[in-house]
Design a binder for this molecule. Structure first.
Ligand SMILES: [Zn+2]
Length: 336
């Protein structure tokens, strides 16, 4: 098959479109012809290299995949793939918390992903999609919507009528979190940089928007809540925004984070933590059942991944560059 691989860490130039061996599915696995694969920030980390992480080489990234079943399930079935792969047998997996499995992995991380013509996955990771859902949209859905769903519905236990601050509306997690928070009945304040992105954040359902280049996010969060602060902050930016995210919280507020794109350090004054009764919540992916739950709203058209632009698989380097320069609003998708 043709695949976009890298043999060493580095810039977009290490991505090489070349021949690779066809994946051979094992017992309980399906082979899928990839039609679309969405980018995630994780793909950039993988390509650049991460401390203490040794990726298999040559490496095929790509956690968000849609395509057609070739074998292992009825051939031709249109599917999107659960990005998380777990053992399926431990107490965490059996209780539906498979993202806490000690052997939890992602497509395109320790196993080959979707930057290729074919990918193999456990049959349990196949999610059939209805005919009216296109492959590009389907590939753009799983990782970010599963992440946002788990952050808001499970970790933060968001209640109708609460106010949520969503950072970076144009990011994959941001655009998903706005929609999930609205679906759960919350009021949403979203941040983005520049008028065009603020307009798109409103179109996705944000009730209020804040320009994070021009305005003080914490001050705006207070102003827009009559001085109270927000009930929940959706964090994924990290070091650059952490302090203001904490300052945006109301008494009893919850800060839920799934990423640290701008740096790994964040501190908090412990007096603020206890006196204001703040909860700091970590979140990573979500359970398989949660993706199925969120998918119902996707198939009904009530959750719609924002698509930025598509590239052919052979132009994955240009796609990476666009994501690295933060030029996108929503998901960048490779077509194959
Ligand atoms: Zn397990």
């Amino acid at each position: 098959m043709r695949a976009m691989r890298f043999h060493q860490h580095g810039g977009p130039e290490v991505l090489t479109f070349e021949d690779a061996a066809d994946p051979v599915p094992g017992p309980g696995e399906a082979l899928v012809r990839v039609r679309a694969c969405a980018l995630n920030h994780l793909d950039l980390w993988q390509r650049r290299g991460m401390p203490k992480v040794r990726l298999p080489f040559p490496h095929i990234s790509g956690a968000d995949v849609a395509g057609e079943v070739v074998s292992g399930a009825p051939a031709g079935t249109r599917v999107m793939l659960q990005p998380g792969v777990s053992c399926g047998a431990c107490p965490q997996c059996l209780s539906g918390r498979d993202n806490l499995c000690s052997s939890y992995d992602l497509l395109g991380y320790m196993r080959d992903g979707g930057y290729a013509e074919y990918v193999k996955v456990p049959v349990a990771n196949l999610v059939p999609i209805p005919d009216h859902v296109g492959f590009v949209e389907a590939a753009a859905f799983p990782l970010t919507f599963l992440t946002a769903w788990h952050m808001l519905a499970a970790r933060a236990a968001l209640q109708p009528g609460e106010t949520v601050l969503v950072l970076a509306a144009g990011s994959g997690v941001g655009q998903a979190a706005i929609q999930v928070a609205k679906l759960l009945g919350a009021r949403v304040i979203a941040t983005a940089g520049g008028a065009p992105k603020l307009e798109r954040a409103r179109a996705l359902g944000a009730d209020e928007v804040v320009d994070h280049y021009e305005q003080d996010v914490a001050a705006e969060a207070r102003r827009l809540t009559d001085g109270r602060g927000v009930d929940v902050v959706v964090e994924h930016v990290g070091e650059a925004t952490w302090e203001k995210s904490v300052r945006s919280l109301a008494r009893g507020g919850r800060l839920v984070t799934c990423g640290a794109t701008t740096g790994h350090s964040g501190s908090i004054d412990l007096r603020v933590l206890f006196a204001r009764q703040i909860s700091l919540l970590g979140s990573y992916m979500g359970g398989k059942a949660e993706l199925l739950e969120a998918s119902r709203f996707f198939f009904e058209g009530r959750l719609r991944p924002a698509i930025d632009v598509t590239f052919p698989l052979c132009d994955a380097g240009a796609a990476h560059t666009r994501l690295e320069r933060k030029e996108q609003f929503g998901k960048i998708v490779l077509e194959c």
